[in-house]
Design a protein around this ligand. Sequence first.
Ligand code: HEC
Ligand code: HEC
Ligand code: HEC
Length: 435
Amino acid sequence: MKNTIMRNWIVAIVVIAVVAALVVLSGLFRTSSVAPQAQQTLSPERMQTLIPRGRELALAGDCFGCHSMPQGPMGAGGLAIATPFGTLYSTNITPDKQYGIGNYTRADFHRVMRDGIAPGERNLYPAMPFVFSHITTPDDIDALYAYNMSIPAMPIANKSNTGVFVLPVRPFMDFWTLLNFPDRKVLRNDQRSAEWNRGAYLVEGLAHCGSCHSPRNFMMGVEFSRSLQGGEVDGVVVPDITAAALAKRGFDVPTLSTYLATGMAPQGTSFDSMYTVTHFSTSAMEPEDVKAVAIYLLTGKDGKLALPAASPVPLPQAAVPKNGTPMAAGRLAYMASCAGCHGMEGEGIPNVSPAMKGNAALAMDNPQTIINVVLNGTPTQIFKNGERMYAMPPFAHRLNAPEVADLVTWIRAEWGGQTVPVTVEQVSAQETAVK
Ligand code: HEC
Ligand code: HEC
Ligand code: HEC
């Protein structure tokens, strides 16, 4: 008797699970958020007038930073995006009819930007940041469409993805979206300035800053409840860019705007994946939009701009380290390996290398990002207006883990106000990731 009840229960649960899975897989719950008027085509004149606005939005959205190879034709795709499940390639979004999106209707384009679904009910992978572009207004999507259709068509075939992405997994993305794609709305606040509202619209939408700066769950879904509080990309810790954290690391509206508009500021230069953001996206945006982003980021919950903290003073144990301590060893290593470029006093050299004094990277709570810079160095990077810095050499093969630990401990205590020593384990963990 008991067994039969048990069996009936199990059968019932299995049936419910299968039905639920079929409902999800059929995409029934994935209603479209595209406005009905998107079905009508836009007149060629309307398309023409929308192009300049579309270009600005495409820059803010870094569409072509991601949809182009570094040297390749604009929009032809092919950029590799590594994920824990395999490599995805960005696709050709030029108006080529065979290989690109030349056959897209206005409504097709809206559906990609708002719902993450390509023609033929093809679920897109969230490497395309549709969870962010979802909040873009229909008018702005029209502008993006007009601009996108105006660039030269490139007959270049898409590359094949690898890993699990070779399997027919697209339909299963329905489960992912069910759990990770909330119907977000534009953050509008009439108590705040037009600039704040514009900044919120860009940061939380097209500019998708949170795709790197927000934590992700185990499904790689963005945790919007902890928006911009810091994340991780390719094993590199991405800093918290909420108002209090930015102000603590010394940013105010002018310096943050300069950082985004040029890639360099008294708080340091952009490097790693942030370099691509400043290089392709924020440095090409209109100054008003960049300022709006800075104002939005630096406005606290109370609606006031967070006040920048003064550069931290050197901790006593770093300023005058006792002989034989790790601090003394770290200071010596800095003088031997780094001071030639970054200065004895951490003052840096204009057009050669950034200052360490006042550098926001040293004030990050997690030392992992700078450990990575020291181990891997940085390539020569070109900043706005052709400004450039030297390349920073990698130190992975010149300094051992204890030396790097002492060195990073010292520079953080000297210029970053960070008291917690860096351990050999923290360095070793990064050494295995040396590129
Ligand atoms: C972080 C990288 C990234 C950014 C930024 C990005 N995309 Fe994408 N996009 C992708 C990837 C990867 C795919 C392919 C996803 C897939 O295969 O499921 C894609 C797919 C697309 C598609 C679908 C093409 C098709 O297969 O039919 C369109 C259209 C598109 N993107 C347009 C844009 C526009 C417009 C922007 C800027 C607002 C943009 N993308 C920004 C990575 C990006
Ligand atoms: C040959 C000159 C050179 C040497 C030697 C050098 N660096 Fe650098 N370093 C640079 C340059 C140039 C950058 C900025 C690269 C960029 O963003 O384009 C940089 C960036 C950095 C950064 C990231 C902060 C920022 O604002 O970009 C840190 C941290 C850093 N260096 C620490 C060190 C340490 C520690 C050493 C010694 C182990 C060292 N550097 C040795 C040239 C050098
Ligand atoms: C592709 C990933 C990625 C995206 C997208 C991204 N960032 Fe970053 N960001 C990083 C990484 C990695 C760092 C750390 C390296 C550095 O400081 O240059 C960083 C650093 C920063 C810093 C410097 C913080 C400090 O204290 O040194 C600021 C400010 C910043 N990002 C703002 C933004 C804004 C605004 C956006 C959206 C327009 C954005 N980021 C989008 C990866 C990203």
